[in-house]
Design a protein around this ligand. Structure first.
Ligand code: PEP
Ligand code: MN
Length: 296
């Protein structure tokens, strides 16, 4: 692709595509990665859905959610045992479940057959998390922790790279290149909202950058997933943004689902419940069909 650009260093240039992230860059207009993770294809006709609680709060919770989201058609179970929480103080309810949580995720996957994506935050926990996760999630806050990206890449595990809420598409693709250059080709990008001054609602923390879906797909062959839960921080906006993401051509959707959302330990305002999730799966499938894809 030949890109005329007056602002090299900020917007993406032809030189970036050729020399700074040649592995992430598309070779031609039709170039799109297709790869399979735990039996689920990315970049193909089916739009995979990741669903589950923000945090793996307890064994009971994660086993129940795994069974229910699977029943509704989810392709992956999500949930963090290691959490990047904004403040260091925790009551019992907010305590990360860590090694125990990873064990419960394994049990949930073994019992239901639903593959698992979960965040890893520190290199010392990589062997533990990579031993269970089907996809390693690199959180927004770690997007440019370059030595960590390299270490994650070297596990050979598929990686979901969440976009930092202040990062440009150029920065994001540069981070993806750190993984690709290690020979790890299963990289999934995830848009999760950006920090922007906006007036929709004072308590909205982020703004979903839906435009980055076609913008990223113009430059890269990697699949682009959208997480409307973190982006909106507000459950009534999750369904419309999930439908919008599919209409915009997203290659996957990540949704927070909890049996009792308003009592979730972390981010209780953004999770949807089982019924809402099952209904949304059907509506996402209908929208996907309008853009020649499907969810179920
Ligand atoms: C999450 O998905 O649980 C999470 C913490 O997301 P992010 O890194 O996008 O904030
Ligand atoms: Mn969160």
């Amino acid at each position: 692709m030949n890109i005329e650009n007056k602002f090299p260093g900020k917007d993406i240039t032809s030189e970036d595509l050729e020399t700074r992230f040649p592995l992430a860059a598309k070779r031609d207009a039709a170039h799109k990665s297709r790869f399979v993770v735990a039996g689920v294809e990315f970049g193909g006709d089916v739009v995979p859905v990741f669903a589950g609680p923000n945090m793996v709060e307890s064994r009971e919770l994660i086993l129940d959610v795994a069974a229910r989201v699977k029943q509704a058609g989810a392709h992956f179970l999500r949930g963090g045992a290691f959490k990047p929480l904004t403040f260091p103080y925790r009551g019992a309810k907010y305590t990360e479940t860590r090694e125990q949580g990873i064990e419960w995720l394994k049990e949930a996957r073994d019992k239901t057959g639903v593959p698992v994506v979960t965040e890893v935050m520190e290199e010392k926990y990589l062997p533990l998390v990579a031993g269970v996760a089907d996809i390693l999630q690199i959180g927004s806050r770690n997007m440019q922790n370059f030595p960590f990206l390299t270490a994650c890449a070297r596990t050979g595990k598929p990686i979901m790279l969440k976009r930092h809420y202040g990062a440009s598409l150029r920065d994001w693709l540069g981070a993806a290149e750190y993984i690709l250059v290690e020979g790890n080709t299963k990289v999934i990008l995830c848009e999760r909202g950006v920090s922007a001054p906006h007036t929709h609602r004072a308590t909205s923390r982020f703004l979903l950058d839906l435009q980055v879906v076609p913008a990223a797909q113009e430059m890269t062959h990697l699949p682009v997933v959208v997480d409307p839960s973190h982006a909106t921080f507000w459950h009534p906006w999750v369904a419309p943004m999930a439908l919008g993401a599919i209409a915009a051509g997203a290659d996957g959707v990540m949704l927070e689902v909890h049996p009792d959302p308003r009592n979730a330990a972390v981010d209780p305002l953004q999770a949807i419940d089982y019924e809402e999730f099952a209904a949304l799966m059907k509506r996402m499938d209908a929208v996907a069909k309008a853009v020649d894809r499907r969810v179920m």
